[in-house]
Design a protein around this ligand. Structure first.
Ligand SMILES: [Zn+2]
Length: 71
């Protein structure tokens, strides 16, 4: 995985605030550990964009369709 830009700190903070520092999946809401993920693959969109990103636990695998429906 090369050429991937780091997520700007300001964007990461916005995502954290939006989700209330919890996993953004309504059925989960785990507090930590959290990861920032892209809803559409980064390889496809090639940018970090608030509307395409979400806070999720890094320990649980979520069905991505759950997130897309919720958004
Ligand atoms: Zn979760």
């Amino acid at each position: 995985m090369t050429g991937r830009q780091p997520i700007p700190a300001s964007l990461a903070r916005e995502l954290m605030l939006e989700s209330g520092y919890r996993c953004a999946v309504p059925t989960c809401r785990t507090v930590e550990p959290l990861d920032i993920e892209h809803i559409d693959e980064y390889a496809t969109v090639k940018k970090h964009e608030f509307s395409n990103m979400i806070e999720r636990t890094s320990i649980t695998t979520h069905d991505s369709s759950i997130v897309v429906t919720w958004r």
